[in-house]
Design a protein around this ligand. Structure first.
Ligand SMILES: Cc1cc2nc3c(=O)[nH]c(=O)nc-3n(C[C@H](O)[C@H](O)[C@H](O)COP(=O)(O)OP(=O)(O)OC[C@H]3O[C@@H](n4cnc5c(N)ncnc54)[C@H](O)[C@@H]3O)c2cc1C
Length: 421
């Protein structure tokens, strides 16, 4: 008799959403959520800038983000569970060439976004024309206007996790915190009691987790350990198909930040949109209720793929790489200060920048969120539950459906995503 029917490794947003939909569908199952941290949402979920958007170039990404956003909205508005969700929009500052892109025209024709003219952007404090010298030195673009996405904004991921965790506890799911899974190992389905099993020719399954609290057995194991999935699967000889990269957030405080914050562009909102600068993919996220904004970027070159337990932010990265660009568009930010900073990882699917959700024997894996794991987690949880139940189609919260295997490895059907932030 195994210790449980389903063990879920990882109490981040992906693990909790997955546990929620598996248990909801089959209330009789014995589910355990295992995490090495002392509580839920302490991994990359805690490090997130937690913006959400349904503006993606690939159809499948629009579906999984759009349906997850709709679910979070339902939790906040209908179930009255405050997720700190603001529909403050995403503002992509752009030069003329980018404004003329087909994707921009599509988003507008679909009613998902509008163009904000340059003079409106200038009125909220941006220098839309960059000096010739800075432009050449730092390869900066002018701001000729912006694309403002509607079904986009910011959310508090720990509150989404708190919602799922509370529901899971009510449904009788067990939580094993402070418990590290040290490895996954396949065992023979029928044991012969010979040393060295399982042999090549034996039928195998993953039954026992080697944990810091001793062995733990499960009929099915769901691995939702984000970048650490790679190490866990390695131990069992399975490829995770993802690689981690450090991502940093710098919290910037001061009056100019507070002034910019109080410029909403969406009706009924009090804070500025989540903003993407026209050059180098730098983003700025408002922190409601404070005079601070968060600045982050997904930099690539000379940033090695790594998997650290406690990645450290680099103050010099802000000073030398981010601040000179920010100052070109927001000169008033020269008087702002970095008031705190932190770092986490993106788990990159380096092929098409979209999750992998696949099954290998009795292991189910959900990873590779590529920087958009908060905004898609509810749909990913439903896809994991479909894989568990063997359903070929997954119905999402908004009643749209996707083929479960599309996000898998063998029959994967996902075009490369072009809007990765
Ligand atoms: C700086 C930054 C900015 C981001 N911005 C956004 C954004 O704006 N919007 C967005 O949607 N996404 C964003 N993301 C991505 C998002 O945060 C992640 O995709 C998401 O949090 C992944 O959730 P998860 O549950 O898969 O992973 P995690 O939250 O990392 O959870 C994995 C869990 O597994 C546990 N674990 C790992 N190994 C073991 C083990 N061996 N034994 C036991 N437990 C283990 C860990 O302790 C952890 O709790 C950002 C990420 C970063 C770092």
């Amino acid at each position: 008799m195994p210790d449980c029917d389903v063990a879920i490794i990882g109490a981040g947003i992906t693990g909790l959403a997955s546990a929620y939909y598996i248990k909801k569908e089959k209330p009789g199952l014995r589910l355990s959520v295992i995490d090495r941290n002392s509580s839920y949402a302490q991994g990359n979920t805690a490090k997130s800038a937690a913006g959400y958007r349904d503006l993606f170039t690939s159809d499948i990404n629009r579906k999984i983000s759009g349906s997850s956003i709709a679910f979070y909205k339902h939790v906040q508005q209908d179930l009255h569970f405050d997720l700190g969700m603001h529909f403050n929009g995403y503002l992509f500052l752009m030069d003329r060439k980018r404004l003329d892109q087909d994707a921009v025209k599509t988003f507008i024709s679909e009613g998902r976004a509008e163009i904000v003219p340059e003079d409106r952007i200038a009125s909220i404090g941006y220098s839309t024309r960059v000096g010739k010298e800075e432009k050449e030195l730092m390869q900066l673009s002018d701001i000729d206007g912006a694309l403002l996405g509607y079904n986009c904004g910011i959310i508090e991921p720990d509150r989404i996790c708190s919602f799922y965790e509370k529901e899971l506890r009510t449904m009788g799911v067990e939580f094993h915190y402070n418990t590290e899974v040290r490895g996954l190992r396949f065992e023979p389905k029928s044991c012969l009691n010979y040393p060295g099993e399982p042999f090549l020719w034996q039928q195998k399954e993953m039954r026992k987790l080697d944990t810091s609290s001793g062995p733990f057995s499960a009929e099915t194991t769901v691995v939702c350990a984000d970048i650490w999935t790679t190490d866990l699967l390695n131990s069992a000889g399975i490829d995770s198909h993802v690689r981690g990269k450090k991502r940093q957030v710098f919290r910037i405080s001061g009056q100019p930040a507070a002034d910019l914050m109080s410029n909403p562009l969406r009706p009924g909102e009090q804070v500025m949109p989540f903003t993407i600068f026209p050059s180098h993919g730098i983003v700025m996220r408002p922190e409601p209720g404070s005079s601070s904004v968060w600045i982050s970027v997904a930099d690539d070159y000379n940033r090695p793929f790594t998997t650290e337990d406690d990645p450290k932010p680099e103050p010099e990265f802000y000073e030398n790489s981010l601040f000179p660009v920010i100052r070109s568009y927001l000169p008033q930010f020269s008087s702002c200060k970095v008031s705190s900073m932190w770092a986490g990882h993106y788990s990159y699917n380096t092929r098409d920048k979209t999750h992998y959700v696949f099954r290998n024997e009795n292991i189910i894996v959900a990873t590779g969120s590529s920087g958009s794991g908060i905004m898609k987690a509810d749909a990913i949880g439903r896809i994991v539950a479909s894989l568990y139940s063997g359903r070929s189609h997954t119905t999402l919260f908004d009643h749209s459906t996707i083929l479960t295997a599309d996000l898998g490895v063998e029959s994967r059907n996902v075009p490369p995503e072009h809007i990765v932030i």
